[in-house]
Unconditional design. Structure first.
Length: 218
């Protein structure tokens, strides 16, 4: 079973990372999809089929339930479990699927290393964030900033956030293994701070965040 990571988070929450190596039939046989879910899945082609199925299966696996709770999305596209108060965040990149669940807003991002990230850095990096980059680790550091802002965007869950204007990541020194930093979302009358954690796993960067008032170090 390609479950790469499964860990409990403090004060409450659970994170899982799944490596997708199974044939599509593996997930079909175990998910027992509703007609509405099967209809949603038909909209995706190729690899997106596998990513959709893998995130649902991973979420069910982490829940420990005998009967699977269906993953729904609200009008803004934010996922949530049917008949559950827990907040859900999902992400996928190539052959990895990631899920984060907790009883308060959370966000997660998994991203494979791509050199071209430097070309789009101006779209999401603020001047003070760019100032913390060092040449030797520039690309890796940019991946963490991107993942942090993606995670915060998902935790917010209401769309229409500008990654430069509304999402702030406190400048930090990059650690090649794992580390943490602080983030903040400021838009109109909304302002919240988040604790962010990141980890490099092979060629991938995993970043997740939760409100600082709800979390401590995992």
């Amino acid at each position: 079973m390609p479950l790469l990571v499964q860990k409990k988070l403090k004060p409450q929450g659970e994170l899982g990372l799944w490596q997708i190596t199974e044939p599509e039939s593996f997930f079909w046989e175990r998910l027992d999809l509703e007609a509405e879910e099967a209809s949603q899945l038909e909209k995706f082609n190729g690899r997106r089929h596998m990513e959709w199925l893998a995130t649902r299966y991973l979420l069910h696996h982490l829940s420990g339930r005998k009967i699977r709770a269906v993953l729904r999305k609200d009008e803004c596209g934010k996922p949530h479990l049917e008949n559950s108060d827990w907040h859900i965040s999902i992400s996928h990149s190539h052959d990895l699927a990631a899920v984060l669940a907790a009883p308060f807003p959370v966000g997660i991002d998994i991203q494979i290393f791509v050199e071209k990230i430097d070309r789009i850095a101006h779209k999401y990096m603020r001047a003070e964030e760019t100032g913390s980059l060092e040449e030797a680790s520039r690309l890796a550091h940019l991946h963490v900033y991107w993942g942090a802002k993606e995670a915060l965007y998902k935790a917010y869950g209401r769309r229409r956030l500008d990654f430069r204007k509304h999402i702030f990541v406190e400048p930090f020194a990059y650690d090649s293994a794992k580390g943490s930093c602080l983030g903040k979302i400021v838009k109109d009358d909304f302002e919240k701070k988040y604790q962010l954690h990141y980890e490099k796993i092979g060629d991938y960067f995993l970043v997740y965040g939760m409100e600082t008032t709800k979390t401590s170090n995992p």
